[in-house]
Design a binder for this molecule. Sequence first.
Ligand code: ADP
Ligand code: F6P
Length: 321
Amino acid sequence: MKRIAVMTSGGDAPGMNAAIRAVVRAALDKNVEVYGVRQAYLGLLTGDMELLTSREVSGILQRGGTILQTARNEEFKTPQGQKKALRRLNERGIEGVVVIGGDGSLRGALQLHKMGVPVVGVPASIDNDIWGTDTSIGVDTALNTILDAVDRLRDTATSHNRAFLIEVMGRNCGYLALMGGILGGAELVITPENGITMEEIAKSLEDAYVRGKTHAIAVIAEGASYKVTELSKFLQQNHIGFEIRLTILGHTQRGGSPTAFDRLLATRMGVEAVERLLGGESGVMVARTGREQTTVPLAECTSKTRLISPEYYELAKMLSR
Ligand code: ADP
Ligand code: F6P
């Protein structure tokens, strides 16, 4: 293999730049050229890609976002779109692709593999919902951003005897909410998986008030079965003792400089992806299991759901008293 391409796709995640840098420098080290594809699958369709030199990935290791930009693209989901992309790759003599992104992006990568393009995926998504890997690029940074916010909100909550509802991202996965809750010392965690009712939430926050707590923090996953605004209204109407305030952290969780953990994860995964691709592997995703780096088939990780270990729910409950 003499020429490969790299792209970042789906929601951006802190550490994507560190992964791009690792892919480019690991490939150049093996005398392989690297095209950077702009705006994910959209760039593959339009041929928006450029050769990257070592200098072009200088000074990006610590930057959030992605220098290649990212996009969501419906056309690539169609057979016609996929053929167009294949034609663009052939035009430039690209022999393999590294796709850095979330589960949707990895589904796209699997389609490329099925068309005969050698592909290795790298898991990057703050949601930590990708099956087959302990963690993905961006999760640690997003979690630290959440903890910073929870700590700050507790300061003001305590000062005013208030309960705060804090909505965090995660799409359909409650990982960020659960970990943000446990590590931020929240009174309550609400996720799509644990299905707590509004009545149970009111009861639990009221109990905290009666027990004499000066504040209550509830961390809520965006994928929970009701809107936080509805929940906030419900709690206000039910007079739980605390005054209620609502904070939606939103896209602040996606930005910022990657933590040391995410830089290391992205760097190791980027290098591993190139080594696997040049070694002849395709249709796989680089994965972290324990301290090992392995690969798992894309077909498997895109068809299974990553479940949160139930013991973490027990931990959250036990420690919130
Ligand atoms: P993420 O990668 O963060 O989960 P998305 O689910 O939005 O983000 O997927 C990113 C992009 O991956 C989509 O906009 C689309 O271009 C591509 N993609 C997703 N699913 C498929 C699929 N089944 N086949 C081909 N491409 C897909
Ligand atoms: O998948 C990452 C993520 O940030 C999810 O947590 C969230 O639901 C979604 O992307 C938001 O997407 P957008 O950037 O399109 O608003």
